[in-house]
Write a protein that binds this ligand. Structure first.
Ligand SMILES: [Fe+2]
Ligand SMILES: [Fe+2]
Length: 472
């Protein structure tokens, strides 16, 4: 069971007084950050029906109760250790896993943990104004659930920094609260985490595609030879699943409502006239967040990725499903873009690890888009959503600096600029979305016109349950 200390944990924190003191010192700074940069306007007078971990076994970690957001019990939870766990890939394959950080990999591991850690508070910052435009109390609750868990993911990374990286780790933990999403002078590390998310279509696409990048990164880190990192990320994955559920079902419900409105208005009419979100607008937001999230996987050919793999720091998603785990002289066939045309080349697979993980990510996204298309099919609508080609709208890797349409056809910069608004959200789209989201919907069981109710509520509560309530 998780202890009832100041910082809930299952790592026997009270037995390490120095670490406990360091984290208790960081805690008030975290709470101050949460108040300043977390959900604005919902800190003091609202109680939210959220899930909190009370133990890490499958039955015990999903405990629901009303809490005021700043009183959420953020803590440190690691998945149970696996007996006699061995290193699963790279040059040290088969050796026992590490319980301390090897000196020679200290910098690389710190960099991996800081980069992951930085995304967690960043997304809370990006989403902090969304509550004022919520489509329902059910959705408001889901937003806050995602936010408090991203806060907990920050705790997870800060625990590792404080425990294993000494002074440097403590400094990094301070800086994680210091950088700010979108801030010109001290932005968050990765680009997708500096984009504002001020409407709910962006939010659902973000949780569908960008949280899914979180999933692929966490899966590859859960393979790590550093056992505490593996156990931490394994528990984070259980929370991550809910974030993607929020994104996927959010878009599903918008699609369902769009189909209903199209049917009512007559299929040839513009669904915006009746307050819905048209499919081309949905496609543009999909294009935006999918391409930004592809960038998060890093360059296609990367010596860093090779070194992370060789050293056993970061593996492939589901490493156990591969036949061979050392991958010393295996090759990977991939597409390049050289001299203005695509060509296929073989590269050492270790150097292509980012692309291997991206492959896994793309197929996981594609399955989700399939499920969305079934809603359209079922409603008798002929349009379909699709993932853009992976060359489209890239700012990292070999395709950055070149221009491709969503089908992957190369074009000039001028042509791209001319057609950009057909493929990516433009000012008019944002204005329209904000106009239909201007009024928040706070009445239990009521939903904004552009989104269908969910099929069921949270934790077997009815859909019209008061998921967020103001204090009496
Ligand atoms: Fe997270
Ligand atoms: Fe997440």
């Amino acid at each position: 069971m998780i202890s009832a200390e100041k910082i809930p944990n299952n790592v026997n924190l009270s037995s390490n007084k120095r670490l406990q003191r360091a984290l208790e010192h960081w805690q008030p700074k975290y709470i101050q950050w949460w108040r300043d940069m977390g959900p604005q306007g919902f800190q003091d007078y609202h109680q939210v029906y959220v899930r909190t971990a009370v133990s890490v076994d499958p039955s015990g970690w999903a405990h629901f109760e009303y809490v005021k957001l700043p009183e959420y019990r953020w803590g440190i939870f690691l998945a149970d250790p696996l007996p006699d766990r061995r290193i699963g890939f790279g040059d040290f394959y088969g050796q026992p896993v590490w319980h301390e950080v090897p000196g020679e990999f200290r910098n690389q591991l710190r960099r991996l943990i800081v980069t992951q850690g930085d995304t967690e508070p960043a997304s809370v910052e990006q989403q902090r104004w969304l509550g004022h435009r919520c489509p329902s109390l059910y959705d408001l609750r889901n937003l806050f659930q995602v936010n408090v868990e991203e806060g907990r993911h920050l705790w997870a990374m800060v625990y590792l920094l404080h425990s294993y990286f000494g002074r440097d780790g403590r400094d990094e933990a301070e800086e994680l609260l210091d950088r700010q999403s979108g801030n010109r002078d001290k932005p968050r590390i990765l680009e997708a985490f500096n984009e504002p998310i001020d409407n709910w279509l962006d939010f659902f696409m973000f949780t569908m595609f960008t949280d899914r990048d979180g999933k692929s990164q966490l899966m590859s880190l859960s393979e790590s030879s550093l056992d505490p990192l593996s156990r931490t990320t394994r528990f984070m994955l259980t929370e991550e699943a809910h974030h993607m559920f929020v994104g996927e079902t959010g878009v599903s419900r918008i699609l369902q409502r769009t189909c209903e409105l199209m049917r009512e208005a007559g299929f040839s009419e513009d669904v915006r006239k009746v307050g819905g979100i048209d499919i081309p607008t949905i496609q543009k937001h999909l294009n935006q967040w999918f391409s930004l999230s592809l960038d998060l996987h890093g360059g296609e050919v990367s010596s860093n990725a090779a070194s992370y793999f060789a050293n056993g720091l970061k593996g492939r998603a589901k490493e156990e499903t591969f036949d061979e785990h050392i991958v010393k002289d295996a090759y990977y066939r991939m597409e390049f873009f050289e001299g203005g045309r695509p060509l296929t080349k073989d590269v050492l697979m270790r150097n292509a690890m980012n692309e291997v993980l991206r492959d896994w990510y793309v197929s996981d996204c594609a399955a989700g888009v399939e499920r969305w298309n079934r809603i359209l099919e079922h409603a008798g609508v002929s349009e379909r959503l699709r993932l853009p080609d992976r060359k489209f709208n890239r700012n990292i890797g070999m395709y950055s600096g070149f221009y491709f349409d969503p089908h992957g056809v190369a074009m000039s910069k001028e042509e791209w600029e001319k057609r950009r608004n057909e493929w990516l959200p433009c000012a008019a789209d944002r204005e329209y979305l904000l106009s239909i989201m201007a009024e928040p919907v706070y009445r239990p069981g009521t939903f904004a016109n552009y989104i269908a109710p969910p099929r069921r509520g949270i934790n077997q509560k009815p859909v019209d349950f008061e998921y967020v309530r103001t204090e009496q």
